[in-house]
Ligand binder design. Structure first.
Ligand code: NDP
Length: 337
């Protein structure tokens, strides 16, 4: 079986590719340049991985050539989507590439993916949550919930632009399936904030991908710095990779949204784990108010993903293990330099 993974260089995608190769799949990954493709080859060292260049998923026909070249593809995982806030125009820089990229992938599969039976799209909790209700403890999101964000809201700032990009892109995917009635089935993975180590130590840079940077930024704090206000829900990247495999390999996940979330976190929780497990390295970091993270949780909206937990059938990695493995890798790489 051959699995196509778009955006193979990404934090989540590289873990997914790594697991796919370990499980014996052949993988075709799309990357934006030869240099990025060669870098993956160097890391994976596997004859079962090949790359194709797709410089911009948002350009019409972006995936046509890559799929025409690989009629052997049976599964398509669409993970590529802009996830960063260093942009000028939320619609042009986030919403358009996300939505057009998703449509371009589905159109190419429909037209050229003669053997594709399963498609998985990496959407997000961003497509499920409701920003207005984030501070309402009685509000519960599930696999059936949709972010009510409008295009106008999405144009207001980079954060709303990202929420809109994921919401509109996922909607476009379900609409495509409804109107085109393709012969593949669609499944979607909706992760909350994804933490955990990079798939390879070589991928640890001074600044990391958006979600990993939440933890990295905490390790960079100085004694008198304020504790960041970051909070949300967390899932480990290794569980997100496993969820992508389950999403395409099980009958029960056809047509489903998998809301992968382990638990709520605050920056204080991450700091507490840092101090407990790396006392020497954390000595010069602020302490905040240890243990006070729980209070923030009782004031936040909730997630009920019991349906997803049942469909996936495996235990999620804990926040402590995820943070320890993330910080441990960062510190090891720093020491080896
Ligand atoms: P990364 O930034 O590490 O990965 C994003 C990937 O998409 C990269 O390979 C990037 O390529 C590619 N990409 C972005 N824009 C384009 C474009 N216009 N054309 C071609 N390729 C593009 O982030 P993650 O691994 O975290 O994100 C992967 C997916 O998971 C995204 O869809 C994201 O929305 C989703 N997600 C992530 C969460 C998280 O907390 N990490 C939570 C929920 C969902 P390059 O690096 O070369 O620019």
């Amino acid at each position: 079986e051959t699995v196509f993974v778009s955006g193979a260089t990404g934090f989540i995608a590289l873990h997914t590719v790594k697991v796919l190769i370990e499980e014996g799949y052949k993988v075709v990954g799309s990357v934006r340049s030869t240099e990025k493709g060669e870098n993956i080859n160097k890391l994976l060292k596997s004859d079962n991985f090949v790359y194709e260049i797709v410089p911009d998923i948002g350009q019409p026909g972006a995936f046509d050539e890559a799929l025409q070249k690989h009629p052997e593809v049976t599964t398509f995982l669409h993970t590529a989507s802009p996830f960063h806030f260093k942009i000028t125009d939320p619609i042009k820089d986030l919403v358009e590439p996300a939505v057009e990229g998703t449509k371009n992938a589905l159109k190419a599969i429909h037209k050229y993916g003669a053997n594709v039976k399963r498609v998985v799209i990496t959407s997000s909790y961003a497509a499920i949550m409701n920003l207005e209700k984030a501070g309402s403890p009685e509000f519960v999101s599930t696999e059936e919930s949709w972010n009510p964000i409008t295009l106008e809201d999405a144009s207001k700032d980079p954060m709303r632009g990202y929420l809109g990009s994921k919401t509109f892109a996922e909607k476009a995917a379900w609409d495509f399936v409804k109107t085109e009635k393709p012969k593949f089935s669609l499944s979607v993975v909706n992760p909350v904030y994804v933490f955990g180590p990079q798939a390879f130590d070589e991928e640890v840079k001074s600044e990391l991908n958006t979600s990993s940077e939440v933890i990295n930024a905490i390790t960079k704090l100085k004694e008198n710095d304020a504790i960041p206000s970051s909070s949300g829900n967390f899932i480990d990247v290794r569980d997100v990779a496993k969820a992508h495999l389950k999403a395409f390999s099980s009958e029960e996940t056809k047509g489903q949204r998998l809301l992968t979330s382990e638990r709520f976190f605050t920056a204080q929780d991450i700091l507490d784990i840092y101090h407990k497990n790396f006392p020497k390295e954390a000595a010069k970091s602020p302490k905040g108010v240890p243990g006070s993270g729980e209070k923030a949780m009782s004031a936040a909206s909730k997630i009920d993903n019991s349906k997803t937990r049942k469909l996936l059938g495996f235990e999620f990695i804990s926040l402590e293990k995820s943070v320890v493995d993330s910080i441990g890798q960062i510190l090891n790489v720093q020491k080896s330099k």
